[in-house]
Write a protein that binds this ligand. Structure first.
Ligand code: B16
Ligand code: MG
Length: 215
């Protein structure tokens, strides 16, 4: 039986813009202006790792205490944006595709690095739809480590070779491939070249395509 594993940010909703604004506000405190291009490197990466990357870019250091405080401040700011989210932020094709999966009895899980994933799903009204949710609170190793997708497959009682992963980040595509799964990249072919196929959004994929990939 086929199963689908969905990343959140960049696949279901575009929370990257809110992560960006929150990191930008924080980095400003050290007179560092984070650019959108630099923000690309933070997609799919954990909160702690993101801060490490930004500090390196800013050539700035923080004590352990200041580091932890910065993580808290960033999340507080991010949550201000999350609290204003609603179902209008669901990306094109998502609702229709999830409904098609339901109609075809294909189970699906969330597999997001975000520790705020459940909260975000509640805000956009999709929490109840998922058969399982694996998020940043459930894993030790972040993407590109395969742990998150292995756990999501287990949560659906299925084998990796029956799973199709939907990912927008390079680290996420790599994690899916390392887990021995088929991966559909959401975004640009040049960037996500390790994926089995790359599409712009979920309007471009059908249940038959999934069946062909897994056959
Ligand atoms: P949080 P995904 C990821 O979500 C984001 O792409 C990444 O930018 C963020 O740092 C990470 O979640 C952690 O988020 O601070 O909310 O725990 O793409 O894996 O759904
Ligand atoms: Mg993502």
């Amino acid at each position: 039986m086929i199963a689908c594993l969905f990343d959140l940010d960049g696949v279901i909703v575009d929370t990257a813009k809110y992560h960006f604004l929150a990191w930008k506000r924080l980095a400003k405190e050290w007179n560092f202006d984070l650019t959108e291009e630099q923000n690309e490197h933070l997609k799919g990466v954990s909160r702690t790792e993101s801060l490490e990357i930004i500090l390196k870019l800013a050539q700035h250091t923080l004590s352990k205490e200041a580091f932890d405080k910065a993580l808290e401040d960033k999340n507080e700011c991010f949550l201000e944006f999350v609290n204003q989210m609603n179902e209008n932020e669901i990306l094109e094709g998502v609702t229709d595709f999830l409904n098609q999966l339901k109609q075809n009895n294909i189970p699906f899980s969330l597999a997001s690095s975000s520790k705020n994933a459940k909260n975000i799903l509640q805000k956009i009204g999709l929490f109840e739809k998922f058969d399982a949710i694996v998020d940043g609170n459930d894993i030790v190793n972040g993407k590109p480590h395969p742990e998150i997708f292995e756990k999501a497959a287990k949560a659906l009682n299925t084998e990796p070779k029956k799973c199709v992963v939907f990912e927008d980040a390079v680290a996420g595509v790599q994690a899916g491939k390392r887990a021995g799964m088929k991966v559909i990249g959401i975004g640009e072919k040049e960037v996500l070249h390790e994926a089995d196929i790359v599409i712009k959004n979920l309007t471009e994929i059908s249940i038959q395509d999934l069946k062909n990939m897994i056959a």
